[in-house]
Write a protein that binds this ligand. Structure first.
Ligand code: KIV
Ligand code: ZN
Length: 518
């Protein structure tokens, strides 16, 4: 039985998913969560792509322990130096350098010859090895690359000291039989490759990313690259939870294992969905809300007699919560703490104080408080990662006619009370118009998603928005039994992030002005 290295690229390839922008604080929180999940490598970002990405990798490398932290770099000296620099604080750092190898990429994107590509690959790996011991080389668009040329490039990378060789199916074009053949050929034909780690990185354009990753493992790959919830460019990357559970549930057939704590998969998935506002589709394997639901009577009957009739794994195995009544307004701190413990969360004293208060308030409005409510309450507090410059204290809406009307009261952190009213097409737009009329922020809404955290009429509604303010994109989140109120909270959450960004920008301008004596 081989131990498969799980390389998580949620914060790099996953973050390239449309609309998945995360702040540095959110990435750090997600990196801690992914490390706690038990993956082996976290790819934290692409250092040379922006100063923000560099700062975020540096922060993760300095704080997150017990995993390898990887930084992506093109095969240029500047990129590799930037990656090495941001990894300085890491317990164990990896430089991951890549260059495209397919004809179409060489000719149409890079405009270089095959010989130049081989030289760049060798030089980049040599430079990276002079800076760190752990170097990964990727041949971008490998699956559309001529196999003889691919063997040549990989051979040079191995000779130059690459310790992991990654074969990306960049455009999700390969099918499993091809992957098996390609990985098998590489292992036979490239001298020294069998002594290093061969890795698969599959995209899901044909819905084959997980199948291709498993085919690669069967053919000798010992590392898989994947993202939580399968987020990523276009149709996404191979889903971490699907690969891990396939290896776990079918250990009899596949004969391998990972170090992932399967019972933390659900909470990791939920955190990412909260942070990005991108919900897995309901029928998504392992973490979708219907993944363990049995609708048909015949299935329900079977599951009641023996869950194994229709369940190949239990919800507990992946940490998915039950939907039974758990807590109410008379619950004490001990009961609340114990329920969170059972769900896998150890709360600090401050967290417990806050969730106890929020939970009692929720229980006043909602008869049944479910596990999912608890997770939502916890996240919506923990993720208040910015100072609350503006806080919604009251919201009153009137709708039903052609136009809806809303009145809001907002308190500021310097104790001002702002009152405003506005109208719009529906209550949410009216509430946004009211807030916009009194706040000095122009908010352009790109997306708004409403999700009910639990079943039932009195469910807690979660709203997430993607909005552009001052030419930056921010996500905002809110949770309330009234979705209009939740939307207004989400709006203010995005505005609070924009306010924090303005403060940072002003501080930066001042220090630049000082520097130039302006
Ligand atoms: O899909 C891809 O080719 C990549 C590489 C940069 C590894 O993400
Ligand atoms: Zn990729």
């Amino acid at each position: 039985m081989a131990r498969i290295t799980v390389f998580d690229t949620t914060l790099r390839d996953g973050e390239q998913s449309p609309g998945a922008t995360l702040t540095a604080m959110e990435k750090l929180r997600m990196a801690h969560e992914i490390a706690g999940l038990g993956v082996d490598v976290i790819e934290a970002g692409f250092a040379a792509s922006s100063p923000e990405d560099a700062a975020s990798i540096r922060g993760i490398a300095a704080e997150v322990r017990g995993v390898v932290i990887a930084a992506l770099a093109r095969t240029t000296p500047g990129d590799i130096e930037a990656a090495a620099e941001v990894l300085e604080g890491a317990e164990r750092g990896r430089i991951h350098t890549f260059i495209a190898t397919s004809d179409i990429h060489l000719e149409r994107k890079l405009g270089i010859s095959g010989a130049e590509c081989v030289d760049r690959a060798g030089e980049a790996v040599t430079q990276a090895r002079s800076l760190v011991d752990d170097v990964e080389f990727s041949a971008e668009d490998a699956t559309r690359t001529d196999i003889d040329f691919l063997c040549e490039v990989i051979g040079v990378a191995v000779s130059a000291g690459a310790t992991t060789i990654n074969i990306p199916d960049t455009v999700g074009y390969a099918v499993p039989a091809e992957i098996s053949k390609m990985f098998g050929t590489l292992l036979v034909r490239v001298p020294g490759l069998a002594d290093q780690v061969l890795s698969a990185h599959c995209h899901d354009d044909l819905g084959l990313a997980v199948a291709n990753s498993l085919a690669a493992i069967a053919a000798g790959a010992r590392q898989v690259e994947c993202t939580v919830n399968g987020i990523g460019e276009r149709a996404g990357n191979a889903a971490l939870e699907e690969i891990v559970m396939a290896i776990h549930v079918r250990a009899d057939e596949l004969g391998h294992e990972t170090g992932v704590k399967t019972e933390r998969l659900y909470r990791t998935s939920r955190l990412l969905a909260h942070l990005t506002g991108i919900e897995p589709q309901p029928n998504k394997a392992i973490v979708g809300r219907n993944a363990f639901a049995h609708e048909a009577g015949i299935h329900q009957h079977g599951v009641l007699s023996d869950p194994r009739t229709y369940e190949i794994m239990t919800p507990e195995l992946v940490g998915a919560p039950g939907t039974e009544l758990v807590l109410g307004k008379h619950s004490g701190r001990h009961g609340i703490e114990a329920r969170y413990e059972a769900l896998g969360y150890t709360l600090t004293r401050e967290d417990l104080d806050r969730v106890t208060e929020d939970l009692k308030a929720l229980a006043e409005r909602k008869k049944t408080v479910l596990d999912e409510d608890l997770i939502s309450i916890l996240h919506h507090g923990v993720m208040e990662d910015v100072r609350e410059a503006f806080r919604l204290t009251s919201l009153d809406v009137h709708c039903g006619g052609d136009v809806s009307h809303a009145s809001v009261v907002i308190e500021t952190d310097n104790d001002l009370r702002l009152e405003a009213s506005g109208s719009g097409d529906g209550p949410i737009m009216a509430a946004f118009a009211a807030m916009e009329s009194v706040l000095d922020f122009r908010v352009v809404l790109d997306d708004l998603t409403v999700r009910s955290a639990t079943p039932g009429r009195d469910a807690l509604g979660e709203v997430s928005i993607h909005a552009r303010v001052d030419a930056h994109t921010f996500t905002g989140r809110g949770a309330h039994t009234d979705v209009v109120h939740a939307a207004a909270q989400a709006y203010l959450h995005a505005v609070n992030k924009a306010a924090a960004a303005r403060v940072l920008e002003e501080a930066h301008l001042e220090s630049t002005a000082d520097q130039w004596g302006v």
